[in-house]
Design a protein around this ligand. Structure first.
Ligand code: HEM
Length: 434
């Protein structure tokens, strides 16, 4: 999308919603694409007709089809391949366990805090440190080792994942108008992306080989350990090593920058609303004090912090268009026919700002998520990790990271704006709202 909507596709979609209502369609190339723009329409499709809307349109998008040749991974897989990949990741997260997750995250936080402490009060940008920490968490959960920023190959993985985010994602015209790939400027980019993806997956294969050498000695410390155990204990296990490298890439893509990005949004709101920052800090001081780190078990008692992070998710809108779905049969939503094999896009951004649901939706107000007794009060229209059978598989790990990083940094530092800096909450629309 170009012209006045460049980087502001959400504005265009809001204008379409006002004109045509909560369900409307557009053509991407010759592909019919339906946008669902409120809680009722998203639920009616993705939950009430889950078996029809569970699919991904992988075959309909050129780049995704190409990248699924040696295994469709998890995020873009369908049918039994999806079930098996999802159950491997769920099993791995279960076996690694929340105690190990917490230890891994706290290790990374200590590094971020050490980095911030050396600034001596000078203005610094925290975003890079946050994203490196959250990428390192995924690295440890998938490959069993920290991301080494002095290592050329690790940096290659990091920049490959970054590059994916800078693109337009599934809505890039190249997917539905694949002849565009022959244009010289695009051809170069396609060649680079293909080469980088292949190199990154080769590196993952190297990690799998390393794990195999030690396999007898290892407990389930990471995804590769759990995969190797499955291949030993399950006859004709259907996921092969090629596909595993794609699953790992999916976890990196979906789960690294996303979390750092949310914490970055959270700190922006705290800088712009120092009174809310202070309320979070007062709660942390009261519940945890300053002699130990904030832990995941403190969360039930840090309700204002929790409500603040929910409000960050609502307004920061990390994954504004969720991930694409496809209906495998003709279906109706709000009385509109959605022909078989349409691309279906849950517009979570619009749902989170819907005037019908949210009082004063553009105002940052954590209290909207608290009841009169100060307990957390959710809202069915709040769905940052989506709903239905394909909801985010990394939700628990993600919530833990965001909570721990946010509260442990606020426990120590007061965040403020550099003198003269101009800050805005107008984000750039892409796979993630940046
Ligand atoms: C703030 C952080 C995150 C947000 C807002 C987020 C949001 C989402 C959303 C909206 C979906 C699409 C669900 C659907 O299609 O119905 C999704 C899917 C997914 N997420 Fe996340 N996510 C986050 C972090 C993570 C993390 C940390 C991981 C991995 C550890 C992860 C892995 C995935 C995967 C693999 C899928 C595809 C699931 C499937 O197709 O079955 N995400 N996420």
């Amino acid at each position: 999308m170009r012209g006045k909507y460049f980087g502001r596709r959400h504005v265009y979609l809001e204008e379409m919603k006002i004109k045509y209502g909560p369900v409307f369609r557009i053509y991407l190339g010759n592909q019919l694409t339906v946008f669902l723009n409120d809680q009722e329409s998203i639920k009616e499709a993705i939950v009430d007709q889950k078996d029809v809307f569970i699919a991904r349109p992988t075959e309909k998008l050129w780049g995704y089809k190409m990248s699924a040749v040696n295994g469709a991974g998890l995020g873009m897989a369908n049918g039994d391949d999806w079930k098996l990949a999802r159950s491997l990741v769920v099993q791995a997260f279960h076996d690694i366990g929340s105690t190990s997750f917490e230890e891994i995250i706290k290790d990374e936080i200590k590094d971020v805090i050490a980095g911030l402490s050396t600034s001596g009060g000078d203005a610094i940008t925290i975003r890079d440190a946050l994203i490196k920490a959250t990428t390192s968490v995924i690295c440890r959960v998938s490959l069993g080792s920290r991301l080494d920023y002095g290592n050329e190959i690790d940096m290659h993985i990091f920049s490959t994942v970054h590059a994916i985010f800078k693109g337009e994602g599934s809505l890039s015209p190249i997917h539905t108008l694949p002849f565009l790939r022959f244009l010289p400027s695009i051809a170069k980019k396609v060649a680079e992306t293909t080469e980088n993806g292949a190199k990154t997956r080769q590196e993952f294969s190297r990690h799998i080989d390393e794990h195999k050498k030690k396999s007898g000695e290892r407990h389930s410390r990471d995804l590769i350990d759990v995969f190797l155990k499955k291949t030993r204990t399950t006859e004709n296990y259907h996921i092969d090593e090629q596909n595993l490298t794609r699953i790992i890439l999916d976890l990196f893509v979906a789960g690294s920058i996303s979390n750092g990005n949310v914490v970055d949004w959270a700190f922006l709101y705290m800088i712009l609303q120092p009174n809310i920052q202070k309320k979070c800090q007062d709660e942390i001081d009261k519940v945890v004090g300053s002699k130990r780190m904030v832990s995941w078990s403190d969360k039930p008692n840090l309700r204002y912090v929790e409500a603040t992070l929910m409000e960050v998710h609502r307004l920061g809108n990390n994954a504004p268009l969720s991930v694409l779905h496809m209906n495998t049969k003709d279906a109706y939503v709000k009385g509109y026919l959605i022909p078989k094999e349409s691309i279906v896009i849950p517009n979570v951004f619009s749902c989170h700002l819907d005037q019908k649901t949210w009082n004063d939706p553009l105002t940052f107000r954590p209290e909207r998520f608290l009841d009169e007794s100060g307990n957390i009060k959710s809202n069915p229209a709040f769905m940052p990790y989506m709903i239905g059978p394909r909801y985010c598989v990394g939700e628990t790990l993600s919530r833990m990271q965001i909570f721990l990083i946010f509260s442990n940094i606020l426990q120590i530092f007061v965040l403020s704006k550099e003198v003269g800096a101009k800050l805005t909450t107008e984000g750039t629309f892409g796979i993630f709202m940046m």
